[in-house]
Design a protein around this ligand. Structure first.
Ligand code: ADP
Length: 618
């Protein structure tokens, strides 16, 4: 069988040699080539990330056009001198016409292979060793004219991670066949013992996977599983390390501490993890420096910065690990965003909307309060103005009132004198005395009525809106002003609606408004001939509104002034104050009504007031 493979390889090599002779080499003169040599499979995530890192480093150095070749030696799965021999032949043939400018060797097995066989295949190519631990044994593998970048997770780091996850750690369980590799992990057990004396070590490395799965299900409570890559088990079955570890994790009753970035997210809690892409980049950067002209002998092997404490947030939750216990500088991945992180913008926008709304509500409430205050103040002022207006009216009416009072008082005096005379007669007629006394009482009552009316008119009453009978209100005002009308010999008449019209109003203010209109009307006709000295007060219902109209037969209002007359201090009278109509309008509008003036077609001014009904009629 081996013979057949060798013959086939030889044939392929011959074919390549012939073709190579025929065809020009693909590599152009200015181009450099890197060969990445590693023992494991490039298709496994760890090694493919290393390869990607080398490629990135080559790309970053744009000055040198670089072609990268990759070879998986696969010596772990195919051990033995025959295979190795055939492999050398194969590589020699394959690269016969592909000059290799530098070799990047990944892992210890590859370093070993190069130590033994490089001279046969690529005698002149410099080497950069990557992904090797810094141990005397590994350094001994390095050929002359080479350099290296080390990568290693130290036992102390592994135990630090294990104690962060299990603070009361008393034992560790080793899983994975790489623990058996003397070059990589040879000193670990001793180092563990030195770092943590008394630490119990359960060694399951090299055990068949089935057994490992059984054992990890019942591990002691204060232990942690420490893993190295599992490529094959004691029965010679080969695995992809991440897949093997996932199967172990299915059964494990203890947290698993891992050592590679590529195991995170599937099985392990985390730990100090090798970062394969960084390992590749670091090795690649060294290779590019050498391709750029530096001598490898001048670059001493150096430790890379390719290990970082990284943990899986979900696993930390699962094993109740306090993040505060993690090693300093730890990165926590797969963190599920908190409600706040998840809905940050939505929450912010909603809060913003609520805030704006609250502000708007606040502003509106303030506006409302200010408006309410303003209304109260306006009402106050209006009631004060109305009071002043009434005082002024009373002043105007004082002569009339005095005259009106003097009549019953004079009658009382005459009657009293008459009674005295009757009483001085020898036989006073008690019937006459009784009549006189009843006249005196009637006149006194009349005088008292006048006083009561004047007092009620002048008093500063509190604003109070009640339901009023419109007909009665108009009649009251007309009755009160009848004395004034008599003085000026003006006829007052009312034309009241037959309907029961009710409005909600302040009685004193509404009376005041009507009274102002009637007083103006009296003044408008006072000096006119008798047939024009008449005033009519009407009540009616129009368009679901209560209506009051005061019409006179005076000279009317100049058409351009029909609105101006309602402005404060507008007057055409020498003794006028010009506030009567303005107060009247303020009162009516404060009651939700309207006032306007017009000239009647038959002559004279008509003032109309419309007010909302107390109960709107349908
Ligand atoms: P004043 O009576 O002190 O002038 P008002 O505000 O009561 O103040 O009236 C303003 C003006 O409106 C009067 O000066 C007058 O020119 C006009 N006016 C009011 N009522 C009538 C009316 N019935 N006929 C004609 N003009 C009127």
């Amino acid at each position: 069988m081996r013979m057949v493979i060798a013959i086939k390889r030889l044939l392929i090599a011959c074919l390549f040699a012939i073709l190579a002779h025929e065809c020009p080499a693909a590599d152009s003169p200015g181009q450099r080539s890197i060969l990445v040599l590693e023992d494991a499979d490039f298709r496994s995530p760890f090694y493919s990330e290393i390869f990607a890192g080398i490629r990135t480093a080559a790309k970053e150095n744009g000055q040198i056009h670089t072609v990268i070749y990759g070879e998986s030696l696969d010596l772990a799965r195919f051990p033995g001198p025959d295979y190795e021999e055939s492999l050398v032949g194969h590589l020699k043939t394959k690269y016969a016409h592909r000059p290799i400018d530098i070799i990047v060797s990944i892992g210890v097995a590859s370093a070993k292979f190069l130590q033994a066989r490089k001279h046969d295949i690529w005698p002149a190519a410099p080497v950069v060793y990557g992904f090797v631990p810094d141990l005397p044994e590994t350094r001994a593998l390095f050929l002359p004219g080479t350099t290296a970048i080390f990568a290693k997770v130290s036992p102390a780091q592994i135990l630090t991670a294990a104690r962060a996850v299990v603070p009361d750690l008393t034992g560790v369980v080793l899983v994975g066949d790489a623990w058996k590799n003397p070059l990589i992990y040879g000193h670990w057990k001793q180092e563990f013992a030195t770092t943590m004396p008394g630490l119990e070590i359960i060694d399951l490395s090299g055990m068949v996977l089935r057994e490992v799965r059984e054992r990890v299900g019942s591990l002691p409570p204060r232990s942690a599983i420490l893993t190295s890559a599992m490529y094959s088990d004691g029965e010679g079955t080969h695995y992809l390390p991440a897949a093997a570890l996932a199967r172990v994790a299915e059964r494990a009753n203890r947290p698993i501490i891992i050592t590679s970035d590529t195991f995170l997210g599937r099985t392990g809690v985390g730990g100090f993890l090798l970062l394969p892409e960084t390992i590749g980049q670091e090795a690649g950067q060294l290779a590019m420096r050498i391709l750029g002209g530096e001598s490898p002998s001048n670059i001493p092997p150096v430790a890379g910065d390719n290990v970082k404490p990284i943990f899986d947030w979900r696993q930390l939750k699962l094993w109740n690990v306090d993040e505060a216990h993690l090693p300093p500088g730890s990165e926590v991945r797969f963190r599920e965003p908190s409600f706040w992180e998840q809905y940050y913008w939505r929450v912010m926008i909603s809060a913003g909307v609520v805030l704006v709304q609250a502000m708007m509500i606040g502003i509106l409430l303030r506006e409302r309060r200010l408006r309410f205050q303003a209304e109260v103040e306006a009402r106050q002022r209006m009631s004060e103005l109305a009071h002043m207006n009434r005082l002024a009216t009373a002043g105007e009416m004082s002569a009339t009132i005095a005259h009106e009072l003097s009549q019953p008082l004079a009658a009382i005096l005459i009657n009293a004198e008459t009674a005295e005379q009757v009483l001085q007669t020898p036989a006073p007629d008690l019937g006459v005395i009784s009549e006189i006394l009843s006249d005196i009482r009637r006149d006194d009552k009349r005088a008292n009525e006048i006083v009561v009316q004047v007092r009620s008119f002048l008093k500063r009453a509190r604003t109070e809106r009640i339901e009023l009978d419109l007909n009665a209100t108009v009649s009251d005002v007309f009755r009160f002003l009848s004395i004034q009308a008599l003085t000026y010999d003006v006829a007052l008449a009312t034309d009241r609606s037959s309907l029961d019209i009710r409005v909600t109003a302040d009685k004193v203010q509404l009376q005041q408004a009507i009274l102002n209109l009637v007083m103006n009307a009296i003044e408008a006709v006072a000096d006119l001939p008798e047939d024009r000295r008449r005033i009519v007060g009407r009540t009616s219902l129009a368009n679901n509104q209560a209506m009051i109209s005061i019409a006179d037969a005076g000279d009317g209002i100049c058409t351009e002034k029909v609105t101006e007359i309602f402005k404060p201090f507008f007057t055409t009278k020498t003794q006028g104050m010009g506030i009567g109509l303005s107060i009247t309008r303020t009162i009516i509008e404060a009651h939700g009504g309207r006032i306007w003036a017009e000239n009647a077609p038959t002559g004279g001014a008509v003032f109309h007031i419309s007010l909302p009904l107390a109960v709107a009629r349908s």
